[in-house]
Design a protein around this ligand. Structure first.
Ligand code: COA
Length: 172
């Protein structure tokens, strides 16, 4: 597959937003507390704009024959410990269009992110996935990521509108 990876710029906002809209729709199905507003294009445009403007944030697009078929985003933070240089890389988003899955695109995007982290001297990489997202669990495990913490939630208000949405059929 002739994949190319390009760092998204302000000119790519439209395609990044499209991919994020699709990603958020899938993620909402795995979460009980995904705000419905996070599915609205205007909200996603707002966040993509913010992200692309940050120095420590980068979005990489996987291009196939001129079409963006996936994205990965990377962010780097330094530990707030005086006198210590310790860099953490995070992968806030990873998405591949459904028709291009299981062909190595996700792996190639992660390799692109890891290469970027190595260049920047990152010490370790972390990311979050939703526990109901079994595909993500298998994917990250197959790339050597090991769970280290668990986020637990307690609802204090009634369910949001997305209550009742079902995860993809790949959930077991
Ligand atoms: C997770 C995701 C990025 C994987 O992308 P992909 O291009 O299909 O990944 P790859 O083809 O590189 O798969 C690499 C390995 O991950 C595992 N894997 C990926 N998808 C899988 C699935 N549906 N079931 C089981 N294992 C899976 C397999 O070990 C696979 O290797 P194999 O195909 O040789 O068996 C893609 O499924 C996706 O965009 N999902 C929706 C968004 C999402 O969940 N993002 C991650 C949230 S943090």
């Amino acid at each position: 597959m002739g994949l190319e990876f390009v760092a998204a710029t302000a000119e790519d906002v439209g395609v990044v937003v499209e991919l994020h809209c699709a990603l958020n729709r899938e993620m909402a199905a795995y979460s009980e507390v995904f705000p419905p507003e996070a599915l609205e294009r205007s909200t996603i445009e707002y966040f993509v704009d913010l992200q692309l403007g940050r120095d420590n944030f980068c979005v990489w697009l996987a291009m196939l024959d001129g079409r963006a078929v996936g994205l990965v985003s990377t962010q780097v933070h330094s530990a707030p410990i005086p006198g210590v240089r310790y860099l953490t890389g995070t992968i806030p988003n990873l998405y591949v269009l459904p028709e291009f899955r299981r062909q190595g695109v996700g792996t190639a995007l992660v390799d692109c992110a890891l290469a970027r982290f190595r260049e920047l001297g990152v010490d370790h990489v972390e990311m979050h996935y939703l526990v109901r997202n079994k595909t993500a669990q298998r994917f990250w495990t197959s790339h050597g990521f090991k769970p280290e913490s668990m986020k637990a939630i307690l609802r204090l208000k009634p369910p949001s509108r997305n209550e009742g949405t079902k995860p993809d059929s790949n959930e077991e």
